[in-house]
Design a protein around this ligand. Structure first.
Ligand SMILES: [Zn+2]
Length: 339
């Protein structure tokens, strides 16, 4: 044990005591794509005692360019990412516990998943889940580390409920559906993943070892292609923030968050975004045309990729054909339409 962590124990910020604290800690990683798998590997190697990894997707060949935890074999077997990650972690550090959960994180399970968790790390690809994480973490006073990456751009911020601004203090509402590029429409290069995940993991190590004075305390943005980075001061928690100021945790209540429905007998699922919006079809079509076949008129846009067909209406409601699994449909919606 000492040999394995000797260089990390030598590091002044951690030491023997910090290493013991890491071993006694439990971290929840939500989403195990590029960011999540990098976080999982780093935290496992660092000796965090327990990792709970939740993901709804399976490994595909298009992941391998940046999701360094996974292998061609995982993609051939279409293994769920949480399971594939847990398998690899067992080989690189058998002394820690890894719990793989194959699930769509939503209002019905997020609080349960956070049970006995010290820090939550964001490895998701969509804002709906991030606002849900924000609600749950503020409610239970658990620190979470936001992170996102697309193209060559990335962003991260550490949220300590009631000590720092929360996600909703800064961005009151999630960007409307279909308004932003995603990795499946704009692409992504691996180095930005390493940058964002490096900052996220460093923040987790600081929190777990009690080095909160070293947290960066900002909204950090990077672009590894345009060679830009900046730190934005997020300010103090806002007293008028719906989540951390007013304690309104609507997203955790089932009624307000029912956005997906299986359309019986049609091999299709309907996804309705929580906040209706008005979609610019030509902009969305331009983003999608490199990823599949796309056609639109003034009423709807139709996008075909592999065995799936997504029909998107003006208000961002979509029907995803080719599946009757809500999890699969939500995953496709997040990847191609973006929430
Ligand atoms: Zn807030």
């Amino acid at each position: 044990m000492s040999e394995r962590y000797s260089r990390q124990i030598l590091f002044k910020g951690i030491g023997r005591q910090g290493q013991d604290r890491l071993h006694a800690s439990q971290v929840l990683i939500i989403g195990c794509g590029a960011l999540g798998s990098t976080q999982a590997e780093s935290l496992a190697r660092a000796g965090v005692g327990k990792l709970r990894i939740v993901d709804r997707d399976f490994v595909e060949f298009s992941n391998l360019q940046r999701q360094t935890m996974f292998t061609e074999r995982d993609a051939e077997e279409r293994l769920p990412k949480a399971i594939a990650a847990a398998n690899h972690i067992k080989q690189l550090n058998s002394a820690i516990q890894v719990q793989a959960v194959v699930a769509d994180v939503n209002h019905s399970n997020i609080e349960m998943l956070m049970h006995e968790i010290d820090v939550v790390v964001d490895g998701t690809d969509n804002f709906s889940t991030r606002y849900l994480i924000n609600d749950a973490c503020v409610k239970h006073q658990v620190t979470w580390v936001y992170g996102a990456a697309v193209g060559s751009y990335g962003v991260t911020m550490t949220i300590r409920p009631h000590q720092t601004a929360c996600l909703r203090c800064i961005f009151e509402e999630a960007p409307p559906a279909a308004s932003a590029p995603t990795c499946d429409t704009a692409g992504i290069i691996m180095p930005i993943i390493n940058v964002v995940a490096a900052f996220q993991v460093s923040e987790v190590l600081k929190v777990l070892t009690g080095n909160v004075a070293n947290l960066h305390g900002s909204l950090m943005q990077f672009d590894v292609w345009q060679n830009e980075w900046r730190k934005i001061n997020p300010g103090a928690p806002r007293s008028d923030c719906q989540t951390c100021g007013l304690g309104n945790f609507d997203l955790l209540a089932s009624e307000s968050n029912e956005v997906a429905a299986v359309l019986c007998g049609r091999d299709a699922v309907q996804i309705s975004p929580p906040t209706p919006t008005s979609i610019n079809f030509s902009a969305l079509a331009a983003r999608l045309e490199r990823s599949g076949e796309v056609k639109f008129n003034e009423y709807l846009l139709r996008f075909r990729t592999g065995e799936f067909e997504l029909t998107v209406f003006q208000d961002a409601r979509s029907i995803i054909r080719g599946t009757n699994e809500i999890t699969t449909a939500r995953s496709l919606y997040a990847k191609y339409i973006g929430t």
